[in-house]
Structures are given as structure tokens and as C-alpha cells.
Design a binder for this molecule. Structure first.
Ligand code: HEC
Length: 140
């Protein structure tokens, strides 16, 4: 009898802790702000900078150096009506997102889906860059 009185509350406490830690942990994972330098730049350097380099950038778009300045609020000259590569808070009106998703022709753009001639970005990569734009395309 004595051990049951101790063990039932102890088991209940453990169960509550598991739920609380789970909820807090999950919340942290989904609410963490995407970092431009830690999350986005490595993806550009790995799959875009080979062509969009600083020396002789394809389409004049440098995704290797000063990248935030090159894309945020900067309009492409290859889409009609004009659209910024990245419009803070608005992934639907960010041409770079359309080029990655392959929906660039639907918004009046041209050329191929990016990265050109390579596998498209994974769902996780797309989710990350869309979240970064949605969160205000911070230079963080
Ligand atoms: C193999 C070379 C190559 C790679 C790799 C590549 N691009 Fe491109 N990119 C080009 C070329 C060439 C163009 C111009 C023709 C076109 O739009 O298809 C271009 C055009 C673009 C444009 C449109 C530019 C404008 O002024 O409208 C964007 C945006 C873009 N690329 C983003 C990316 C991103 C983001 C990546 C990496 C995920 C990437 N590219 C990878 C070669 C490349």
C-alpha cells in the first residue's frame, strides 16, 4: 500500500514533465527565427554561388558577397510586371522564391527553375527560405 501511494504520484509527475518538456521543446523549434547568416547563406553558397559568384555573376546576380543588399528590395529586370527578388514579409511577391519553386513564368518571369540544371531545393530548404522572407527577411 505504502509503495503504491508513492509510485502513482511519481508516475503522474513524470508524465506531466514529459508533456511539458515536449511542448516547450516543440515550441522552441518552430518559433526560432531563421538566421540569414547561419541558415540562408550556407544554402546560397552551396548551390548558387558557383554561377552567381562575385566575379562574373550569372544574370548579374551575385549570391556570394553582399547578398542581403543584392536581393532584399532589389527588383529583377527579367520579370514583367517588375518584382523584387525578396520582398520582406511577402514570399508570394518575391521573385527569387518563384525561381526556386519553378513558378516564375506564372508571375511574368522567364528562364529556368533554379538552381539551374540541378535538383530543386528540398521541401525543408524551401520552407526555411519562405520562413525567412515571411519573418521580414532580416539581415540577422
Ligand atoms: C549552373 C549555373 C546556375 C546555378 C547553379 C544557379 N543559377 Fe540562377 N541563374 C543562372 C542563369 C544562367 C540565369 C539567367 C537565365 C535564367 O533565368 O534561367 C539565372 C537566373 C537566376 C535568377 C533570375 C535573375 C533575374 O535577374 O531575374 C534568380 C533569382 C536566380 N538565378 C537564383 C538562383 C538561386 C537562388 C540559385 C541557387 C539555389 C541559383 N540561381 C543557381 C545560372 C545559375
Amino acid at each position: 500500500m505504502r509503495s503504491a501511494k508513492i509510485w502513482i504520484p511519481a508516475a503522474a509527475l513524470v508524465a506531466i514533465l514529459v508533456v511539458v518538456i515536449g511542448v516547450v521543446g516543440f515550441g522552441q523549434e518552430t518559433s526560432a527565427t531563421v538566421s540569414f547568416s547561419n541558415d540562408i547563406m550556407p544554402m546560397f553558397l552551396a548551390s548558387c554561388a558557383e554561377c552567381h559568384n562575385s566575379e562574373d555573376p550569372s544574370a548579374g546576380l551575385n549570391l556570394e558577397t553582399n547578398v542581403w543588399e543584392n536581393i532584399v528590395g532589389v527588383e529583377s529586370t527579367r520579370v514583367e510586371p517588375p518584382m523584387a527578388f525578396v520582398k520582406p514579409g511577402d514570399p508570394q511577391n518575391s521573385y527569387l522564391i518563384h525561381k526556386l519553386a519553378g513558378t516564375h513564368e506564372e508571375v511574368g518571369g522567364r528562364g529556368q527553375r533554379m538552381p539551374r540544371g540541378r535538383d530543386p531545393w528540398t521541401e525543408e530548404q524551401m520552407e526555411l527560405i519562405i520562413r525567412w522572407v515571411s519573418e521580414g527577411a532580416l539581415n540577422n
